[in-house]
Design a protein around this ligand. Structure first.
Ligand code: GLU
Length: 418
């Protein structure tokens, strides 16, 4: 087999799983049990578009594990959302919910489509068709979808409404909903805020003052924007931001509010005007001079070809699996600290959990309570990861997997074969 064979996204996650499973001396049977998805669905989604055309899409939901509770994870609308990618992301959700100790298992779903090419009405019809196909397999006590790349609160409201037609009003079936139909305060900014709490924890442990720290952010979607915003509020200088159009480098620091307005109005960060700003190719973000790097776009962005260029001391993974295992090794050799995705971006699913709790109890929390509880979750998880990294003398990613696998394996053992 060629050494250049592209290994699948799911195999990549399982390589990370195996590294931690070796430290835990897990048996071969246990590894198969913990990595094999519980259930996988692939559905055909025909759509009669507003223009009168018939288009057929594929939808997926991979339910990876339910040992610790109902399965949880986002729905992605993206051209790359195929079965392998969704399976990888579903397994990452199992490890993510376990590392931050939420009473959930993991799942992920997606429709292979480009939502930017769909009209609002077509998007609604496609979402409702997907919910119809899924309604027998999801539910507040079974599997609770949430937002991910290409989906938002509007899409979650349609999912909830469609499911409710079959099962009665059920706000707890999806999270990330608008506030008016059972959403939670703080959900929109939650992933960015959680990432900020994670950075705060590890910067303290590394003696890296946040005041004046230079930050580069790859991707300026929901996660990238809110992460930049909270880091800037804490005194960091956002010196570089990229999106699909390119990289914007401003050593004097970017005005995040202004950047957000411009990106919103014109569709790209590249239209920002600033005295010392330079425009580079989108791939050049990783070579920028900075102390903290936040990859907040697609998987596989940091690879063997660019990991060597990275100048940051700390990487906080806002995206899911943005770093390949080869890049991980290069970064470890360089002494770069990597806050792994299953911890660094867990703020989103954590506030989704708070939303679900509020739905089940028919209660509402204020924003202050959401932020306080999110901080507690992120701090406790950091302590658990740090402890495991000391116990096994290993990096934070492997340590996070150790914490997660131990919790899932123990729950599975206590429940018995299920
Ligand atoms: N899409 C988010 C993630 O990857 C959160 C999903 C959810 O809230 O269920 O963690």
């Amino acid at each position: 087999m060629s050494e250049f064979r592209k290994i699948s996204a799911f195999d990549t996650v399982n390589r990370l799983f195996d590294k931690a499973a070796d430290l835990l001396e897990l048996s071969a049977e246990k590894r198969v049990e913990l990595t094999t998805p519980y259930r996988e669905l692939m559905v055909r989604l025909p759509l009669l578009t507003e223009d009168g055309e018939v288009k057929v899409y594929r939808g997926y939901r991979v339910q990876h594990d339910n040992s610790r509770g109902p399965m949880k994870g986002g729905i992605r609308f993206h051209p790359d959302a195929d079965l392998d990618e969704v399976r990888a992301l579903a397994s990452l959700m199992t490890w993510k919910t376990a590392v931050v100790n939420l009473p959930y298992g993991g799942a992920k779903g997606g429709i292979q489509c480009n939502p930017r090419e769909l009209s609002e009405l077509d998007l609604e019809r496609l979402t409702r068709r997907f919910a119809q196909r899924m309604e027998g397999f999801i539910g507040p006590r079974e599997d609770i979808p949430g937002p991910d790349m290409g989906t938002n609160a509007r899409v979650m409201a349609w999912m909830m409404d469609e499911y409710s037609k079959f099962h009665g009003y059920s706000p707890g079936v999806v999270t990330g909903k608008p506030l008016e139909v059972g959403g939670s305060e703080g959900r929109l900014s939650a992933t960015g805020r959680g990432l900020f709490f994670a950075v705060e924890q590890s910067a303290r442990a590394m003696d890296l003052p946040l005041e004046g720290a230079r930050v580069a952010v790859q991707g300026f979607g929901n996660v990238g924007y809110w992460a930049a915003r909270f880091l800037a509020d804490a005194g960091c200088k956002i010196v570089a931001v990229s999106d699909v159009e390119g990289t914007l480098v401003c050593p004097g620091g970017l005005d995040i509010d202004k950047l957000h307005c411009i990106a919103d109005e014109t569709g790209t960060v590249m239209n920002y005007e600033g005295e010392d700003c330079q425009r580079l190719h989108r791939d050049e973000l990783f070579g920028c001079d900075c102390d903290i790097l936040v990859p907040a776009a697609l998987g596989g962005a940091i690879h063997a070809g660019n990991a060597g260029d990275i100048k940051a001391r700390l990487i906080a993974e806002g995206a899911n699996h943005p770093t390949t295992p080869e890049a991980d090794e290069i970064l470890a050799e360089k002494g770069v600290t990597v806050l792994p995705d299953i911890y660094a971006n867990a703020g989103g699913v954590t506030v989704s959990y708070f939303e679900w709790v509020q739905n089940l109890q028919q209660m509402r929390w204020d924003a202050e309570r959401v932020d306080k509880e999110l901080r507690q979750v992120m701090e406790a998880a950091f302590e658990a990861i740090k402890k495991a990294s000391e116990e096994f003398d290993t990096d934070l990613r492997t340590a996070a997997f150790v914490v997660a696998i131990r919790r899932v394996a123990e729950a599975a053992r206590l429940r018995g074969l299920h």
